[in-house]
Design a binder for this molecule. Structure first.
Ligand code: IVH
Length: 664
């Protein structure tokens, strides 16, 4: 009987693995999703009934397991190197010429450069035993439990061999969109691009979160391939496919000279927008292993390969509308609203047009074909208007004269237009959003859409209303999309914000020209809100980094009765009105110690982490020395991490850092 179930289980696993391979690795499914789900559910049922029969390599293990305390460090068997980057035809020709100096008639494998992060997988007897991040190339982090959730990573190979596989852990464009929809729903900061999303998701201590993010793995490299009788990179790729890995076999190619390389790059960049995954260039590798061995390595990188990076992508679309928005200071911004387009992996549908002059200079008109680029890979911008494709009846841009929300006549100051109505609803909501934002009062969970909703429903009109929300707890809990837990947490965050140090409140007030940095200078100088509100222009203009304009703006702000009343109300509500920065909470872990941050942090912004360290009496420094107390590492740490290891300085992951903060 038990034997029957065991056989059934083995049979199901074999069929599921075959289906997964066809679906994930080959992209050529042979069964329907329903058939797959039925087999998967049947396997689950048997495993639940007979847990003792459950196989270690069962596909049901991909849902994640117990959360980890921290990632263990692992030293790579051979260093995980990367290639030098090149950016244009000239550099491609130089690469080709350099190789040809040493190698007669070389062949190059050309592969899409996947835009994720590299990972190493170790198999023993064909079973996945370890997955690791690249780290600094020498030491990475053990992410085995997370790697197992990636459906295109085979848990068992088609051959019982010991082998290390390298490839890219990445997020498909679709999974990236989904992850961001989820982030928006939870009022969390969205991922800037699929690469960050992949890096953030694979370094989750809770693998159940990783499992939900739908990561992918593209295999492209085998260290020491000669151990498997392989003679070239293209044979490596074929072998990877045979072992059960996803490879880019439909896109990888061979070339012999810079002309062929450039043609490949051209063709690939045309296909790029329609590819389901993000790529950022082409990787060129000398194909023959014998040739590779002849070429060898420089001190840093292999000489036998190079990475060509695409220039920033520009995509054409049609300008549907120029929409004017009102900021909290009343500033009017024209925004280009266009047909949604994928730019470098993310879907964009709007870009700022800054102000009237910018629109006139570019001569943008509704109906125009425009090209969009993501500046610095993040913020979309309108690069150019295709005047030659303009329709005859197009209407030149004209700046609006009245506020789009309250219809008050706009005023112009320098290049900017403003709504002068301090009761304009748009200014109110923007002011509320600013008040709650991260660098201001940092009210966790109080994002833009909740504020809009609460504003429209009448719960929030002015900033003091945040602190009255608790009175409506029962009503708020019944709103769609909220529950007891989320409202309780929200109210807790609001309550917590009362204890913020003075600089946050100064910034949150939204005094024109007073940014977060200026607020800090002012809080340090004046120590209390009362002192600050009585500052004179003579005093202010003499503070370094403040000056006449900011000074006037502050004096102006406090000359208004309504603003004085606001401060009084906030004081009555129990908000802290003093500067806490110099009062160091006694924390042995931080007080008097020096910390260095390296890599990209996920749980904090760099400024937040530094601020936390400083508020606890520590110092954030930029270089590692014997005096460094600990190095806090994020994803893809740099040389500071290596140096810390060499010097034997304690290394904290970001989570460890967070835990220590929580323990204070
Ligand atoms: S081969 C010795 N192949 O791009 C380097 N890398 O500098 C072996 N990448 O860090 C890497 N797609 O993360 C290789 N088809 C591909 C790749 C690829 C993306 C990444 C990899 C590496 C960087 C190359």
């Amino acid at each position: 009987m038990l034997e029957d179930f065991k056989n059934k289980m083995n049979d199901l696993i074999e069929k599921i693995n075959k289906a997964s391979y066809e679906y994930y690795a080959l992209d050529e499914p042979t069964i329907t999703d329903q058939e797959y789900d039925d087999m998967y559910n049947e396997l689950l049922r048997i495993e639940e009934k007979y847990p003792e029969l459950k196989r270690k390599d069962s596909p049901t293990n991909r849902v994640g397991g117990e959360a980890l305390e921290k990632f263990e460090k692992v030293t790579h068997n051979t260093p995980m190197l990367s290639f030098d980057d090149i950016f244009n035809s000239e550099e491609i020709e130089m690469f080709d010429a350099r190789i040809k100096k040493q190698i007669k008639n070389p062949s190059y494998t050309l592969e899409p450069k996947m835009d994720g992060l590299s990972g190493s997988l170790i198999y023993e007897n064909g079973i996945l035993v370890r997955g690791a991040t690249r780290g600094d190339g020498v030491v990475g982090e053990d992410i085995t439990i997370n790697v197992k959730t990636i459906k295109s990573v085979p848990l068992k190979l088609t051959e019982k061999i010991n082998i290390e596989i390298r490839g890219e852990i990445y997020m498909s464009k679709l999974a990236f969109q989904k992850a961001n929809i989820e982030k928006r729903k939870n009022n969390e900061k969205e991922f800037a691009n699929p690469r960050n999303a992949a890096a953030g998701s694979i370094r989750q201590l809770d693998s159940k979160i990783t499992a939900k993010r739908d990561l992918d793995f593209m295999a492209y490299f085998i260290p020491n391939p000669e151990n498997y009788g392989i003679k070239s990179q293209h044979e490596s790729l074929e072998y990877l496919k045979k072992l059960g890995f996803k490879t880019n076999y439909k896109l990888n190619s061979l070339a012999h000279n810079s002309k062929e390389i450039e043609k490949y790059i051209n063709d690939l960049s045309k296909k790029r927008p329609d590819l389901p995954f993000p790529i950022d260039g082409v990787v060129l590798k000398v194909d023959s292993l014998e040739d590779e061995a002849k070429l060898g390595f420089t001190a840093r990188v292999p000489r036998w390969g190079i990475a060509y990076k695409f220039p920033a992508v520009e995509v054409l679309t049609t300008l549907k509308e120029i929409k004017f928005t009102v900021g909290r200071t009343g500033k009017i911004t024209p925004n280009a609203i266009f047909n949604p387009v994928h730019v470098d992996g993310s879907l964009v549908s709007k870009a700022t047009l800054h102000n009237e002059d910018y629109c006139l200079q570019k001569d943008v008109r509704v109906g125009d074909v425009i090209s969009i680029r993501k500046a610095g890979d993040v913020i979309p911008e309108v690069v150019e208007v295709k005047i030659d494709r303009r329709k005859e009846n197009s209407v030149p841009f004209k700046m609006i004269e009245n506020c789009p929300i309250c219809h008050t006549k706009l005023i112009k100051k320098d290049a900017m237009h403003y709504c002068p109505n301090s009761n304009c609803p748009a200014r109110h909501t923007e002011g509320l959003i600013h008040f709650a934002s991260r660098n201001a009062m940092n009210i966790d969970g109080m994002g833009e859409s909740i504020i809009q909703d609460f504003y429209n429903m009448g719960y929030l009109k002015k900033v003091t209303d945040f602190y009255h929300l608790y009175k409506y707890k029962d009503q708020l809990m019944t709103l769609e999309g909220f529950g007891e837990k989320s409202i309780t947490n929200l109210l807790k965050s609001i309550e917590n914000s009362k204890t913020n140090s003075l600089e946050r409140l100064i910034f949150a007030l939204g005094i024109p020209h007073v940014g977060a940095k200026t607020a800090k200078i002012l809080a340090t100088k004046y120590k209390t809100m009362t002192n600050f509100s009585q500052a004179t222009i003579d005093e202010l203009r003499n503070i370094p980094d403040i000056g006449e304009i900011i000074g006037q703006s502050i004096v102006n702000y406090f000359s208004k009765e309504t603003n004085k009343e606001l401060i009084q109300e906030l004081t009555n509500l129990g908000l802290n009105m003093t500067y806490k920065g110099e009062k160091v909470i006694d924390s042995k872990e931080f007080n008097g110690k020096t910390f260095v941050l390296t890599g990209s942090l996920e749980l904090f912004t760099r400024e937040e982490a530094e601020e936390k360290i400083e508020s606890l009496g520590g110092k954030a420094s930029s270089s590692v020395s014997k005096k460094t107390s600990a190095v806090i590492v994020g994803a893809n740490p740099g040389s500071k991490y290596t140096k810390a290891q060499e010097l034997g300085i304690p290394i904290w992951t970001e989570q460890e850092f967070k835990d220590k903060l929580n323990n204070i």
